[in-house]
Design a binder for this molecule. Structure first.
Ligand code: SF4
Length: 324
C-alpha cells in the first residue's frame, strides 16, 4: 500500500478501501508532509489554484433551544454569548457589503435556533434579497426548514442552505440531546431536494474518534453534499467542553487531508477554530493540506483573522480567490 496509489484513486474519484483509510490516518506524524502533498495535489487537480471565500454574519444570536455541547449560543449553557433577535435587513446588507470588500463572494446569514417562525421567515426573505443586492451569493443557516420554507426562500433568491451534521450518528447524542441526528440528515436532504447548494460539515476536537470523522465524511459523500465546512473546537468558558484541549495543528491537518482523499470533488471550507488550532504562525498551512475554501472574517462567537492576511497567505501559496 502506498500514498501515491491511494491519491490516484482520489484523482479518479474512487473511494479508498477501509484498510487504505486506516493507512492514511497512520501517516501522521512521521509522513504527514507527504500525506499533505498528496491531498494538495488532489485539490489542485479538482479546483485549480482557486480558493472559495465566504463570510458570515451572526444574524440572530443566543438563547438557542438546543444543547449542543460545543456551542456558546445554547440557552442550556452559561457561556457569555451575545443575545439578540434577527438583525434588520439594513444591518445584514451592511455586513454583506463589508464581506464583499474583504474578498468574500458567498455570504451566510446565520441564526441560532432549531425551528423558524413566520416573523423570522419574513426577515430571512428580506435578508436574502438584501445580500443579493450587495452582489454576494446569499446563503442561510437558519436551523431546520421544511420544504415550503425552502421553496419560498429559494424563490426569494437563496442560493445556499447551511446545516451541519457536526459528527457521526453514533457520537452525536453525546453532543446534543434536544434533537436527533436523523432530523439533521433530513434537513440536509430537504435542502438538496429543493435544489439548493447545501453546505454541511462538522466540528472536530469534541472528543470524537477517527471512526466518527470517517463516518461523517462518508455520509456527506453519500448524501451528495457539495460543500463541507470544517470547524475545529475552540473551547468556550461556560460550555460543557470548556476544559477540552484544542486539537494539535498536526491532527487538524491530518483531518483536512483525510477529508480531501474521501471527498475529492467537494468544496472543503476551513471555518471556525482555525486561529485556536493554528495560531498566527501556522494558519496558512491549511491552504496546502487539501482545503479549497475558507471562511474569512469573524466566526459566530469567536474572532477570526484579518482577511488581507489570508489573501496574502493564499497568494504566497500560489492560490487565488475563486469567483464562486
Ligand atoms: S450549534 Fe446551532 S443548534 Fe446547536 S446550540 Fe448552537 S446555535 Fe443552537
Amino acid at each position: 500500500m502506498n500514498l501515491s496509489a491511494i491519491a490516484r484513486k482520489g484523482l479518479d474519484g474512487v473511494l479508498p478501501s477501509d484498510a487504505e483509510i486506516l493507512f492514511l490516518i497512520a501517516q501522521a506524524p512521521e509522513r504527514l508532509n507527504e500525506l499533505l502533498e498528496h491531498a494538495h495535489r488532489i485539490r489542485m487537480a479538482r479546483f485549480g489554484n482557486k480558493v472559495g471565500l465566504c463570510a458570515i454574519v451572526n444574524a440572530k444570536s443566543g438563547t438557542c433551544s438546543e444543547d449542543c455541547a460545543f456551542c456558546a449560543q445554547s440557552g442550556h449553557h452559561a457561556a457569555a454569548s451575545p443575545q439578540y433577535p434577527l438583525l434588520s435587513e439594513r444591518e445584514i446588507a451592511a455586513a454583506a457589503a463589508r464581506a464583499r470588500r474583504s474578498g468574500a463572494t458567498r455570504f451566510g446569514i446565520v441564526a441560532s435556533g432549531k425551528l423558524v417562525g413566520g416573523r423570522d421567515m419574513d426577515g430571512f426573505e428580506a435578508a436574502v434579497k438584501a445580500v443579493a443586492g450587495q452582489g454576494m451569493t446569499p446563503d442561510l443557516s437558519p436551523g431546520l426548514l421544511d420544504r415550503s420554507q425552502l421553496t419560498r426562500l429559494k424563490k426569494a433568491g437563496l442560493c445556499g442552505y447551511h446545516h451541519n451534521l457536526e459528527t457521526s450518528a453514533a457520537y452525536f447524542p453525546k453532543m446534543c440531546t434536544t434533537h436527533t441526528y436523523d432530523e439533521d440528515v433530513d434537513a440536509v436532504r430537504a435542502g438538496l431536494d429543493a435544489g439548493l447548494y447545501v453546505c454541511s460539515g462538522g466540528i472536530s476536537g469534541i472528543g470524537e474518534t477517527w471512526d466518527d470523522r470517517v463516518e461523517l465524511a462518508l455520509l456527506l459523500r453519500d448524501l451528495g453534499v457539495p460543500s463541507v465546512p470544517m470547524n475545529f473546537l475552540t473551547p468556550i468558558p461556560g460550555t460543557p467542553l470548556e476544559g477540552r484541549a484544542p486539537l494539535s495543528p498536526e491532527e487538524a491537518l491530518t483531518i483536512i487531508a483525510l477529508y480531501r482523499f474521501l471527498l475529492p470533488d467537494r468544496q472543503l471550507r476551513i471555518c471556525g477554530g482555525r486561529p485556536t488550532v493554528f495560531g498566527t504562525a501556522r494558519r496558512s498551512e491549511v491552504f496546502t493540506a487539501g482545503a479549497s475554501g475558507l471562511m474569512i472574517g469573524d466566526y459566530l462567537t469567536t474572532r477570526g483573522g484579518d482577511a488581507q492576511t489570508d489573501l496574502d497567505d493564499m497568494r504566497r501559496a500560489g492560490l487565488a480567490p475563486a469567483k464562486e
